[in-house]
Write a protein that binds this ligand. Structure first.
Ligand SMILES: C=C(O[C@H]1C=CC=C(C(=O)O)[C@@H]1O)C(=O)O
Length: 398
């Protein structure tokens, strides 16, 4: 019978070195909690939705016995229940502190970019109008409708530089790069982004979530930003959109936690491109020993929140399938990591893009409730593309 390998001292790494060491094929994740770079595959984790946390716990146990130092399960899970996932226990994991602001990272170069919205803007606004009809006439109360922007350059996209520009633009964001290539793909595919939305994090018994919904674009002028923040806080429509998400996240975490703290009022948080209504929810796990309450188990229980799907969930998911012509793939899913203690961090896969060779497919969605305006939702999704467009050096094209 094999026995666990003896513990080795954890090597010390700098966050900047991990970012510099990232290459396509690696898994990179950083946030205010720390940075993680993982390489190679000890074992993939294959399981159906709802069974991933248990499967992950089993593979982590096996990895520990086989001598993988401080193993984690890392990767991404797509939006739909039948969407692909790319979860692995990597062979080597390096960790460091949170990234810090660095000097500017040089632009990607290349030039000759072409930009195509998918679907055409008027198809998106028509879908929003149809969703509003469904809300008025039926049981749908909220739905998030998304669209894409395909950006193609003259040369293969330098994913490490794109990731470094995202981290530099907002070191506090949940930045990620995950290999999501599937067998038979003609070129490797990488999911890359900087999400502001913490789906769930777990540290020991303490669980946190930060649902977001309700948005205004951020601008350069301080006085105008102050106006937008007070307008957002006062907007019935945005508060309604937000309340659906906060309530569902609190309800799900309430099944796992004691002492759940749910602030009664949302606050506003900012990214370099957007302002959002935000609720920071925290709780203490009742049973921290069960695989179902690992960070991945909690993330699976929470997904999809009404920040990316809607209310009621099943009807919203069906309506999204009927109204969105492009497949979401990994967009609006979850990305993150969980370790053998069940600790970890998972974020909602937004403000992201899938890179394949010379093409970058950006995704953005907007919550639709009674009172939404199709043209305003189109503009909001355009502003949300800003995170990735800035990193590509293409600000203002959407
Ligand atoms: C679905 C997205 O954002 C979500 C998160 C924050 C605010 C949102 C909103 O105001 O609609 C969305 O629910 C996206 O960026 O693609």
């Amino acid at each position: 019978m094999s026995s666990p390998a003896p513990a080795r001292p954890r090597p010390v790494h700098q966050a900047a070195d991990l970012l510099a060491a990232y290459l396509p094929g690696s898994f990179y994740y950083s946030s205010a909690r720390g940075s993680l770079l993982a390489d190679g595959v000890y074992s993939p984790v294959h399981a159906a939705p709802g069974g991933r946390a248990r499967a992950a716990a089993e593979v982590l146990d096996a990895a520990l016995v086989a001598g993988v130092a401080e193993p984690v399960v890392a990767g991404a899970i797509g939006f739909r229940p039948d969407a692909p996932s790319s979860l692995v226990v990597p062979a080597v994991v390096r960790r460091a502190g949170p990234p810090r602001a660095s000097g500017p990272v040089a632009p990607l170069g290349g030039g000759g970019w072409s930009v195509s919205p998918r679907p055409a803007p008027e198809v998106y606004t028509t879908a929003v109008a149809r969703a509003l009809d469904e809300i008025r006439d039926g049981d749908l109360r909220k739905i998030v409708l998304a669209r894409c922007l395909d950006v193609t350059g003259g040369d293969p996209v330098a994913v490490p530089r794109l990731l470094a520009r995202l981290v530099h633009a907002d070191p506090a964001a949940h930045a990620f790069a995950v290999d999501v290539s599937a067998p038979g793909d003609p070129a490797p595919r990488t999911l890359v982004g900087a999400s502001p939305e913490l789906l769930v994090s777990r540290r020991g018994r303490i669980v946190m979530a930060n649902p977001l919904a309700g948005s205004r674009p951020r601008v350069a002028d301080d006085a105008e930003n102050a106006r937008r923040i007070s307008d957002l806080l006062a907007s019935e429509k945005d508060r309604d959109e937000h309340a659906h998400v906060a309530a569902q996240v609190a309800e799900v975490l309430g099944r796992f936690c004691v002492d759940l703290d749910v602030p009664a009022e949302p606050e506003v948080i900012g990214t370099p491109t957007m302002w959002h209504l935000s609720t920071r929810i925290s709780g203490r796990l009742a049973d921290a020993g069960d695989a179902g309450s690992s960070a991945l188990g909690l993330a699976e229980a929470l997904h999809p929140t009404p920040a990316v799907c809607g209310v009621p969930t099943g009807l919203a998911r069906d309506t999204i399938a009927a109204l969105e012509p492009e497949d979401r793939g990994y967009y609006a899913g979850l990305v993150g990591w969980t370790d053998q203690d069940g600790d970890g961090e998972w974020v909602v896969t937004i403000r992201c893009a899938e890179v394949r060779d010379r093409t970058v497919r950006l995704f953005a969605g907007a919550g639709v409730v009674a009172g939404s305006d199709p043209a305003a939702e189109l503009a909001e999704t355009g502003a949300k593309f800003g995170t990735m467009l800035r990193a590509l050096g293409l600000e203002g094209v959407a």
